[in-house]
Design a protein around this ligand. Structure first.
Ligand code: AQP
Length: 334
């Protein structure tokens, strides 16, 4: 808790153009906390470099991710929107927490295994210790609640374990955070391989619907989505493609899965995919418009970054001063 409000923290990596998975599983849910909590929403560029990035693209995507936060409804006056690398305490606490995170724990992380398989030529130490930096991001702000997609559940549990371990050794230092995983959008799957999560860095463009894709592109991608051959629009095991499309549809319309199944009963897959594509594209139209306006005003985005970093820095310093004292670092007196 900072001031009289409990804290919410979450982040998105600027490691690619964001997908409807990032939107439905995370960003769309962020705004709901703004009144009741002190919300920190971070563009986690330090996490992004665990996979090799083109520097100019990383910079551009950092602005874009910030603009998307705002375009998706996050008011910078009501939320602290900032860039991770602008607040050096993330790296500082990340290192300290590395020393309280076990090799065996990190080895069990499924994201590490998946990303190592995808980036076999660059299995770097940062990729391995990603979860302790993520724990630092969260614990730095004495966070109570972390809204994330279900793929981050394992990392969040590790953050809780690290917080508890540190608190046990040194006495109450960190709030132990809870995850908030929204039921509907918790895991949006690839359109081409629906047993795999939709990921922004997927090299197959047809697998991924991006928040900023044009209406035509969105509809084309949905039309090509992998389904099955039994022509029934119902959720079922073995029908992961159709189940995923129904899930996406209900997320955008707030209908129940039963309502959606009734609505599409008897319809052919072609018309069904078109309906889901149109619904998705229309729901994102205002985000695309707002995004374009924001990207045309770089000075404004920079002022949001600066204000956010200042606010985050203030509170991060308070936690760090406590942590430094507890682990036994000396204080330099100027
Ligand atoms: N497919 C998804 N369904 C629901 N939620 C998702 N999230 C990501 N993909 C889905 C949620 O989006 C937030 C930000 O994710 P991230 O950028 O920190 O990293 P990630 O989980 O590794 O996302 P990607 O898209 O798969 O990125 P790359 O390809 O770079 O690894 C998180 O809350 C995440 O749960």
């Amino acid at each position: 808790m900072f001031g009289d409000k409990k804290v919410v923290f979450s982040g998105v990596q600027p490691s690619g153009n964001l997908t409807i998975g990032n939107y439905l599983g995370a960003i769309r849910n962020f705004g709901a906390f703004s009144e009741q909590y002190h919300c920190y929403y971070c563009v986690v560029d330090m996490h992004a470099i665990t996979v090799r990035q083109n520097p100019a693209e990383l910079r551009r995507r950092t602005y874009e991710t910030l603009a998307l936060y705002i375009a998706c409804g996050l008011d910078p006056q009501k939320n602290t929107l900032f860039v991770q690398s602008h607040v050096p305490q993330h790296a500082e606490l990340g290192w300290i927490l590395d020393c309280y995170t076990m090799f065996g724990e990190l080895s069990r992380m499924t994201q590490f295994k998946d990303k190592s398989a995808k980036n076999a030529d660059n299995i770097n130490a940062g990729l391995f210790t990603y979860p302790s930096l993520m724990a630092a991001d969260i614990l730095l702000y004495q966070t109570e609640l972390v809204p994330v997609g279900v793929d981050q559940k394992q990392h969040l549990e590790l953050a809780r374990d690290i917080a508890n371990r540190f608190n046990q050794i040194y006495g109450e230092t960190f709030v132990v955070p809870d995850g908030y995983i929204s039921k509907d959008g918790a895991k949006i799957m690839s359109l081409q391989d629906p047993i795999k999560k939709m990921s922004k860095s997927d090299p197959n463009e047809n697998a991924v619907v991006r928040i900023l894709d044009s209406k035509d592109d969105i509809i084309r991608k949905f039309k090509r989505a992998v389904t099955d051959s039994d022509n029934k629009i119902v959720r079922a095991e073995g029908k992961e493609g159709i189940t995923n499309l129904l899930n996406i549809y209900t997320c955008f319309t707030n209908k129940t899965p039963e309502e959606a199944e009734r609505e599409f009963a008897g319809m052919g897959y072609g018309d069904f995919k078109l309906a889901v594509g149109e619904t998705c594209a229309d729901a994102l139209a205002s985000v695309r418009e707002e995004f374009a306006k924001l990207m045309a005003d770089k000075a404004y985005l920079e002022s949001v970054m600066a204000q956010g970093a200042q606010d985050a820095y203030k509170n991060a310093r308070r936690t760090m001063s406590k942590v430094r004292r507890k682990v036994g670092f000396t204080e330099l007196k100027f």
